[in-house]
Design a protein around this ligand. Structure first.
Ligand SMILES: Nc1ncnc2c1ncn2[C@@H]1O[C@H](COP(=O)(O)OP(=O)(O)O)[C@@H](O)[C@H]1O
Ligand SMILES: [Mg+2]
Length: 187
């Protein structure tokens, strides 16, 4: 599978970041994290080659189900947690954890394996992070408050993902996000 990132991107630094992330991830393998095989830079674009995951994303899978049975929640959440723990242990913060960015790979026994994908917003945890980036519905209060933040933003998102698996929607509606962030961040 090849993902092409056009160099005329509107997001400043996005191309450099994709190259860096792809390079960082190339020699790291974990069953629950997208496997990047190569990265190629041309004049017009950057092409990231990764393993092809046959199957749906967790978001698509949930589209046809209001909520997931507890056993599926347990399995998916455990796998996503293991993948995220691996990323964090390698010094990478994902910054766009959401059900849409989890692929459900179909294994040989026809069961699913959750794989964290889309490392486009990922960052080295050693770098200071203060950019408001991600997807609003799963973004944590410290991101909104524009404070320096760490890999804890992924844990917040992970909590939102778990909530959605159990209750069919994310815990905070988009309209209430600012209010929520202000309230939570005073604790
Ligand atoms: N390695 C892959 N294997 C299978 N499908 C993929 C793969 N990478 C991306 N996709 C498909 O493309 C979609 C968008 O990919 P993603 O990496 O999340 O890019 P974006 O930055 O556009 O969100 C995914 O939801 C998935 O359907
Ligand atoms: Mg994505």
């Amino acid at each position: 599978m090849a993902k092409e990132i056009r160099k005329k991107s509107n997001f400043v630094g996005v191309v450099e970041r994709e190259i860096k992330n792809a390079e960082i991830m190339k020699d790291k393998e974990h069953p629950n994290v997208l496997c990047i095989k190569d990265v190629e830079e041309t004049k017009e674009s950057v092409i990231v080659y990764s393993k092809y995951y046959k199957g749906k994303t967790l978001e698509d899978y949930m589209d046809t189900r209001a909520i997931l049975p507890i056993n599926e929640v347990k399995n998916f959440f455990t796998e996503i947690l293991q993948g995220l723990y691996f990323l964090h242990s390698k010094g990478i913060v994902h910054r766009d954890m959401k059900n849409e960015n989890v692929f459900l790979e179909i294994k040989e026994d026809k069961k699913y394996r959750a794989v964290i994908g889309d490392l486009g917003f990922a960052r080295d945890t050693k770098d200071s992070m203060d950019t408001i980036i991600g997807t609003p519905i799963t973004m944590s209060p410290e991101l909104f408050e524009y404070e320096v933040y760490s890999d804890s933003v992924d844990i917040w998102a992970l909590g939102s993902m778990l909530y959605k698996m159990c209750f069919g929607k994310y815990p905070f509606e988009e309209g209430n996000l600012k209010k929520t962030s202000r309230k939570e961040s005073t604790h």
